[in-house]
Ligand binder design. Structure first.
Ligand code: NAD
Length: 398
């Protein structure tokens, strides 16, 4: 079957398994040809199948100390007629590449927020993974979380606080921008977003892992946050999602103290730069800001994609000697995005954008390409006219 991309609005409806393979291989190639580091050797990544979690896994396995990895993700399997989700294939191709080099790459597909998943992963670490991990990367991005104790389902909301805001958002399908008005969050929206994307679940994971004695002495854990600048301030940092990120950052401070006192370990948040991922495509205003950012950073020679940015975080900061940490204990690889000259120039361009001129003023072409590539389309070196054997693909297990 020849697979053509299907998009509705800013939602990708299908993925190209062979394209996903090439995208994973390209990321592996990138880290192999970059500077390597002496890093963690036994790693658990929550949210390992795409975006920053996948980039972290690739960097640690192929660009650092050849880490054995366990990846947890929530992805959809394909069948003989329909491809699965991109992350489903990313897991398969990562595992194949890692095993070829003698590395352990175990995938768990299911709900990372559940106690059952924690129990399964801990059992695996004890029985088959050598008994302990030395790094946990927490990179989940989800719109919904089921409380593992009460069974209640919470949904996060991307809303401003106190005021309503109107701003542009992309329609990738129509290659247009549309005005979107968001009403202010209710107190319940704020609380629900913290429940889903705040630090509660990270804390549960760290407690479960330490109580089960499956973490090494000096164990580290890392979660990803975002701050951003003026353009996205009201929808992101001062919005409901910003409240959740603040909660995550406060959780890091508590966990850091707990781990330091008990096992000489550490917990930190790393503030990452804006990129196109499955999750970020849904944040209003953010994609348009990101496209201008790509353009400005490209002109300044400091543009990075997910893998370059993540590999630099590990090489220079986590396992290197160029740590950038702010007074709140947050690691700041986003300092390039936040540079005063970058933000000033982004703002200058952004204020002139209209529905008619946005393709000239922003790097929309790059945004669309990144968006398509998340699902394995528009990747150099892939023959998109070739038949994909979905029956054979369905037999591959992650
Ligand atoms: N994209 C950005 O620009 C950006 C910038 C800074 C920080 N971040 C942060 O990075 C982290 C990762 O985001 P991303 O953009 O890479 O997202 P993504 O959508 O690419 O990846 C999310 C991952 O979470 C997994 N997941 C979601 N729900 C799950 C569940 N219930 N159980 C198991 N796995 C589940 C998915 O399978 C996937 O592996 C988030 O904390 C996000 O806020 C993102």
């Amino acid at each position: 079957m020849v697979i053509k991309p299907r998009i509705k609005g800013s939602l990708a409806l299908n993925a190209h398994p062979v394209g996903c393979k090439k995208a994973v291989e390209d990321q592996i190639e990138y880290v192999k040809s970059s500077t390597s580091y002496n890093g963690a050797k036994k790693v658990l990544i929550l949210g390992a199948s795409s975006g920053y979690g996948l980039a972290s896994r690739i960097s640690l396995a192929f660009g650092g100390s050849k880490a054995d990895t366990i990846g947890v993700s929530f992805e959809k399997e394909g069948n003989g007629r329909k491809p699965g989700s991109a992350g489903w294939y990313n897991n398969i191709w990562f595992k194949e590449a890692a095993e070829k080099e003698g590395l352990v790459a175990k995938n768990f597909i299911g709900d990372a927020f559940s106690h059952e998943m924690r129990d399964e992963v801990i059992k695996y670490i004890k029985e088959e993974f050598g008994g302990e991990i030395d790094l946990l990367v927490y990179s989940l991005a989800s719109g919904v979380r089921k409380d593992p104790d009460t069974g209640e389902v919470y949904r996060s909301q991307l809303r401003p606080k106190g005021v309503s805001i109107t701003g542009p958002t992309f329609n990738v399908e129509k290659e247009s921008i549309e005005e979107l008005t968001l009403d202010p969050a209710t107190p319940e929206d704020e609380a629900n977003t913290i429940k889903v994307m705040g630090g509660e679940d990270w804390n549960l994971w760290v407690d479960a892992l330490t109580e089960a004695n499956v973490v090494s002495k000096g164990f580290q854990t890392l979660a990803y946050s975002y701050i951003g600048a003026e353009i996205t301030r009201r929808i992101y940092r001062e919005g409901t999602i910003g409240g959740a990120k603040e909660h995550l950052e406060n959780t890091a401070l508590d966990l850091n103290k707990k781990l330091k006192d008990s096992i000489g370990g550490s917990a930190h948040v790393a503030v990452k730069r804006a990129i196109v991922t499955k999750a970020s495509a849904f944040i209003p205003i953010f994609p348009l800001y990101a496209t201008v950012l790509f353009k400005v950073m490209e002109e300044k020679g400091i543009e990075e994609n997910a893998i370059a940015h993540t590999h630099r975080l590990f090489t220079d900061m986590i396992f290197g000697d160029k740590m950038e940490m702010d007074d709140k204990g947050r690691i700041r690889p986003d300092s390039w995005e936040m540079r005063e000259d970058v933000q000033r120039e982004v703002m200058e361009i952004y204020k002139d954008i209209t529905v008619d001129n946005f393709k000239e003023l922003t790097d929309f072409a790059r945004y669309k390409r990144d968006f398509m590539q998340l699902n394995g389309f528009e990747i150099d070196g892939v023959d998109y006219e070739a038949d994909v054997d979905l029956e054979a693909m369905a037999k591959l297990r992650p």
